[in-house]
Design a protein around this ligand. Structure first.
Ligand code: HEC
Ligand code: HEC
Length: 470
């Protein structure tokens, strides 16, 4: 581990002067690349640590420990065959490694990641599972369309309340509010029999009763909350504490921003210059949306991501996904999605809301020239229902973006970069990954231990497609 030294630096005209605390020696301004990059870092207002100043739970706290047990428990799935971890395993980058998820009814419920299959041969969940890593850092909203969102006037709106209206049961944080919903989705966790016609509230009550009747959860709740009441609000609070403890922000890039020239290599530095630079500066303008230390403006944009899979029931064929417009009913937001954070992105593929691309080179190329990328995309390579609808759905999106003039600028004016530039951008993206998320040992505090965490015999002990423990 390189030592982290906090320094103040100023850029004056063409050069950089370091005013530092390096034991009296004159700080090294770095190479020309460093000088240019540090200028852009300052211009973009980057400080390094996206979690700066926040108080976040530790995985060692009792609440987060209970949350881990619940997150890995199939008892929250209607048919006891799906848990939160099914689609958000730490060893799979906090996601599931699939373009779109398979929740209930899998051929082997405990087999996670590539190789998880469903008897009807399809991926039944209509969107890609985002990572739960760093979930605590989102300030505005969760989900690809932020349908769990903090309102300007206070309170949190969820799918249980009308658009713009707070949900009185949302709890204290976005993570808590979000944790009330996966259990209600038939494809993700609920299944197609459990409290079939019940409301979300009735479903949650049934789950509370299930845990209470089992008896073995009482002591867990008693030890954590001081009483054995098992309410869904407590379940959500514990799960949220577990998720919020998944703070993985110790990246080589952060170390670079905080002052260590050697934390990243030359190609990544060139990539960072492209990423942070505007088009006028010869850059790729990525930071206009992937802004700040968390690499997102938390706003909605259409980058013309091709729709794959069964979609959300939108559009002419009913297999498209209208994104944010589904929520705010505003045509201006058709096909737009929340800007992804790029932290740990090299570990969180496949990418985009429909899991369209499985590698970063393709994602970057798509951003630079969406039409070119769509033209050369072959949907038959992705084994999904409704992939025959790809062309029609994509055309529907392009027609809208053309008429409305919306969508990423590169749709109308592609950004022309060399292959080397694209490689450099990817090299930069790779510096946004905290080494801990690539290290099973480092992740082990977040992975349930069957010896201590299997409260009722329904802990999901995950295996990969080679039957090895995940
Ligand atoms: C079958 C797979 C599946 C299961 C099981 C599942 N999720 Fe998810 N999760 C997803 C998908 C897919 C999305 C994105 C859905 C969307 O945006 O419309 C998502 C989104 C999320 C998000 C929002 C992430 C972000 O960046 O906004 C969080 C947090 C989350 N899930 C936590 C949970 C928790 C907690 C549970 C258990 C109570 C759970 N998930 C169970 C697939 C799953
Ligand atoms: C106009 C805003 C905008 C610009 C500019 C932009 N992005 Fe994105 N980016 C997004 C949005 C929105 C998504 C998610 C879109 C979706 O899934 O439909 C995304 C997704 C991504 C993803 C995939 C993340 C994931 O987890 O799936 C990567 C990687 C990425 N962008 C990198 C870049 C790079 C590199 C650039 C510059 C070449 C760039 N972006 C420019 C808005 C933007």
């Amino acid at each position: 581990m390189a030592m982290r030294v906090r320094m103040t630096w100023l850029v004056l005209g063409m050069g950089a002067i370091w005013l530092g605390a390096c034991g009296g020696s004159t700080p090294d301004p770095g190479s020309e690349t460093d000088i240019a990059l540090r200028g852009l870092i300052q211009k973009n207002g980057l400080r390094g640590d996206p979690a700066f100043g926040r108080e976040l739970p530790s995985i060692d706290e009792p609440l987060a420990q209970l949350g881990r047990k619940l997150f890995f428990s199939k008892s929250l799935g209607g048919d006891r065959d799906s848990a939160c971890v099914t689609c958000h395993h730490p060893a799979l980058g906090g996601g599931d490694g699939l373009p779109m998820s398979i929740g209930v009814g899998a051929d082997d419920p405990d087999l996670l990641g590539p190789g998880r299959t469903h008897p009807d041969g399809d991926l039944p969940v209509p969107r890609n599972a985002p990572t739960t890593f760093n979930i605590a850092l989102w300030e505005k909203g969760l989900f690809w369309d932020s349908r769990v969102e903090n309102l300007d006037d206070g309170g949190t709106r969820t799918p249980d309340s009308d658009f713009g209206t707070p949900d009185p049961d949302a709890g204290e944080s976005l993570s808590e509010a979000q944790a009330r919903f996966p259990v209600t989705s038939p494809e993700e966790m609920r299944g197609f029999e459990f409290v079939l016609d019940g409301t979300n509230a009735e479903l949650r009550t049934a789950l509370e009763q299930r845990l209470a009747e089992d008896g073995r959860w009482d002591a867990e709740f008693e030890a954590t909350f001081g009483s054995s009441d098992i309410g869904y609000a407590r379940i959500a609070e514990a799960i949220a504490a577990y998720e919020d403890s998944q703070v993985f922000t110790d990246t080589p890039w952060r170390e670079y921003v905080e002052g260590n020239h050697d934390a990243i290599e030359e190609p990544a530095k060139r990539g960072a210059i492209l990423f942070l630079g505007t088009r006028e500066d010869g850059g790729a303008d990525c930071a206009s949306c992937h802004a700040g230390d968390f690499f997102t403006d938390e706003d909605f944009h259409s980058i013309c991501a091709p729709q794959l899979g069964r979609g959300k029931g939108d559009g002419f064929l009913g297999t498209n996904d209208h994104g944010r417009a589904r929520e705010n009913d505003d045509r201006n937001y058709l096909f737009s999605f929340r800007t992804s954070s790029l932290l740990n992105v090299s570990a969180t593929g496949p990418y985009l809301h429909a899991g369209t691309y499985d590698n970063l080179v393709d994602v970057v190329r798509h951003h630079l020239d969406p039409l070119g990328a769509i033209d050369s995309f072959d949907p038959s390579t992705v084994p999904l229902a409704a992939s025959e609808d790809f062309e029609r759905n994509t055309q529907e999106m392009l027609d809208f973006l053309e008429v409305s003039g919306r969508g990423i600028d590169s749709l109308r004016a592609p950004i022309e970069l060399t292959d080397q530039d694209v490689e450099d951008l990817v090299a930069f993206l790779e510096t946004l990954t905290d080494p801990c998320v690539l290290d099973r040992q480092c992740l082990s505090p977040w992975i349930a231990d069957p010896a201590t965490d299997d409260v009722d015999g329904h802990l999901l002990v995950a295996i990969d497609r080679d039957q090895n423990p995940l």
